[in-house]
Design a protein around this ligand. Structure first.
Ligand code: ADE
Ligand code: ZN
Length: 322
């Protein structure tokens, strides 16, 4: 209907997308063949059938296995170019893309290969695209420090630092020192918090890591004081509705709390997280959410506006996209 057209045509910014999560099964198989990598699945259909997740970890296991086909700079380029093409089709004008270097350096891929491939695709796209290097929180802070050191020669190619992977049991404060270092270096800071983890993780992400945005953050509503603070301080949440349902954060989309977040005055945004695994890119996330929840035209416009206001862009450049 009309809403679908409005969603399609609205200029949007995507602030929560893991580039490794944009790797479609067809591309996984093509790259596996190109690189002579053996997969645990016999066909695209068999792989897709394995995408039945019960929680975050059940997804991460398959997501890291899928990324094992990425070896050459061209592989990282092709993956990123494919995502940017989909983003362009969804009228995404600006995107801030996470990449997980440790997933690749642990397999012996040089960090230069990873960064150069992803960055070159960003430069070749008409969509404005910047990069956020994310540390894997199931690994040690020492490992994060080593990754930062390896990545610093290429620091002009990414503008932010993030924190992702298995949340529960790996609180933000585990990375206090490395985030302090990244802050000193002048990077923008974000962290996944309050996806599966408790509201306390959102608080330590803000107070200890000093992040500027919270990725997911949907569990904040369990703490009224925190909810008020997020609204008052205009700390944006990068919410990923299809992801939340696929990973059983909410049983059904009808139970998603996006409207409550907006009603609480929080700067919430809609994003795709890992679109190849969760059943859709940017507009699919909007459409699924708007079909299930009592949201209207004004909410759609507010979410689009929020996405630019929360973006790490100079004010003048944001204007250009609206
Ligand atoms: N890595 C990729 N997607 C993620 C998510 N939704 N949460 C934590 N780590 C991730
Ligand atoms: Zn994520």
């Amino acid at each position: 209907e009309q809403l679908r057209t409005v969603v399609q045509q609205m200029p949007k910014a995507e602030l929560h997308i893991h580039i490794e999560g944009s790797l479609e099964p067809e591309l996984i198989f093509a790259l596996a063949q190109r690189n002579q990598v053996k997969l645990a699945y016999g066909s695209v259909e068999e792989l897709r059938a394995a995408y039945a997740f019960t929680d975050l970890q059940s997804f991460l296991d398959i997501y890291y296995a899928g990324a094992s086909v990425l070896l050459q700079e061209q592989d990282f380029y092709d993956m990123t170019a494919a995502y940017l093409k989909r983003a362009e089709q969804d009228n995404v004008r600006h995107t801030e893309i996470f990449f997980d270097p440790q997933t690749h350096t642990a397999r012996g891929v040089p960090i230069k290969t990873v960064i150069d491939g992803i960055h070159r695709a960003c430069q070749d796209s008409p969509v404005s695209a910047t990069l956020i290097l994310s540390f894997l929180r199931h690994l040690s802070e020492e490992d994060a420090f080593a990754t930062l050191e390896e990545a610093l020669p290429y620091r002009d190619k990414y503008m932010g630092i993030g924190l992702d992977s298995s949340e529960v049991g790996n609180p933000p404060e585990k990375f206090a020192r490395v985030f302090a270092k990244c802050r000193e270096l002048g990077f923008h800071l974000v962290a996944h918090a309050g996806e599966e983890g408790p509201p306390a993780y959102i608080e330590t992400a803000l107070d200890v890591l000093k992040v500027e945005r919270i990725d997911h953050g949907v569990r904040c509503l369990e703490d009224a004081a925190l909810t008020g603070r997020l609204a008052r301080e205009r700390i944006a949440l990068t919410v990923c509705p299809l992801s939340n349902v696929k990973l059983c954060v909410f049983e059904r989309m009808e139970q998603h709390n996006l409207l409550q977040l907006l009603d609480a005055g929080i700067v919430a945004t809609v994003n795709s997280d890992d679109p190849a695994y969760f059943g859709g890119y940017m507009n699919a996330n909007f459409v699924a959410t708007f079909e299930a929840l009592p949201l209207g035209l004004s909410h759609a416009q507010r979410l689009a506006r929020n996405s630019f206001s929360a973006a790490f862009l100079p004010a003048q450049q944001k204007q250009k996209f609206l």
